[in-house]
Design a protein around this ligand. Structure first.
Ligand code: SF4
Length: 326
């Protein structure tokens, strides 16, 4: 299976605005290391779930992998091409091949346009089909995402949140992408609607063989949708591997804590029931040693002083934790 996406030691840093005191005292400019050395590969037709608490760098990583933010270091190859060494035209072509579905279904659609016009505009802009074929293609896209074609004359305010999110998915599919990145695409929806949209993603992935990155803060939402799960904590991947293995036999204490935080999953997951305590530290003040050590129930003396290995290979999963030091 060929790799569609190859991420190598990716780093995204955001310098903070320098205050007048910092300027006068000549303190160095502080930076937020939103993504701090991430590597993984995603094969054609595979689905990756990227999970972690808010602020762990998931969204920044997804934008960096599409070339939407500047990176401090590292490499992103899309279908073999290094996206940061491409010219503008090639980057624009990439934007078409890699599409995002956003969190807020209402905010991501133009409130003044009917949803049919929104889809037609995308088809015309990217010259996906001949002008006379546009209405039929709009109807086809609506049906692909489980919406009746009659709804195409409605504006977003006349549709439910779930229907708007389906339009968001149809708009992403309109350009026949190779990669779909769904950024917290169900978290703003009611639980019953979430399940419907997750099933829609699952069907699309199976029928169209789409490659997908599915970003969520809830591991329970993504594990059955994705072949691979990557767990992020403060800009790093702390565990990555086959989703059923990560879910049923989590190695990293943070992954175990995330699973414990899913109430309905306690019975299925083979972990103790301690809760994940405290908030993640500020990305401006990342603890020494293992960044998770102030919250870790299995913390050891060396966790406070030395960074854990970047990745210990444990067969179907890789873990960054001193517990598995060779
Ligand atoms: Fe816990 Fe230490 Fe592993 Fe970090 S390295 S997750 S503190 S056991």
């Amino acid at each position: 299976m060929s790799q569609l996406l190859e991420i190598e030691n990716l780093q995204v840093h955001f310098p903070l605005q320098q205050g007048i005191v910092d300027f006068l005292t000549r303190k160095p400019r502080r930076v937020v290391k939103a993504v701090n050395g991430v590597s993984f590969q995603l094969a054609q037709g595979q689905t990756l779930g990227l999970v972690g608490e808010s602020g762990c760098g998931k969204t920044t990583l997804s934008r960096a992998m599409l070339g939407l933010v500047d990176v401090a270091a590292g490499r992103v190859r899309f279908d073999g091409d290094d996206i940061f060494s491409q010219n503008r035209a090639a980057r624009l072509a990439l934007r078409r091949r890699a599409q995002m579905v956003f969190q807020d279904p209402f905010a991501s659609l133009n409130p003044k346009m009917s949803v049919g016009s929104t889809l037609a505009e995308v088809l015309r802009f990217h010259r996906i089909c001949l002008p006379r074929q546009v209405p039929a293609r709009v109807a086809e896209l609506m049906e692909m995402v489980g919406l009746s074609r009659e709804l195409s004359v409605r504006k977003p305010s006349e549709l439910s949140g779930g229907q708007c999110q389906r339009v968001g998915v149809a708009r992403a599919l309109a350009v026949n992408p190779d990669l779909l990145v769904a950024d917290e695409s169900v978290s703003a929806l009611d639980v019953s609607i979430q399940a419907q949209i997750l099933n829609l993603f699952l069907n699309l992935q199976q029928e169209m063989g789409l490659t997908m990155v599915f970003i969520a803060h809830d591991l329970g939402v993504v594990w059955h949708l994705c072949q691979t799960i990557a767990v992020m904590y403060l800009g790093r991947i702390v565990e990555i591997g086959a989703s059923s293995e990560v879910f049923h036999n989590p190695r990293h204490p943070y992954t175990q804590a995330l699973i414990r935080a899913i109430p309905q999953m306690h019975a299925e997951a083979s972990v103790s029931t301690d809760l994940l305590s405290g908030e993640p530290p500020s990305p401006l003040d990342i603890p020494r040693g293992c960044a998770f050590h102030p919250r870790c129930v299995r913390v050891m003396a060396n966790c406070r002083s030395g960074a854990p290995p970047e990745s210990v290979d444990m067969g179907t999963v890789q873990v960054a934790c001193h517990l598995y030091d060779k």
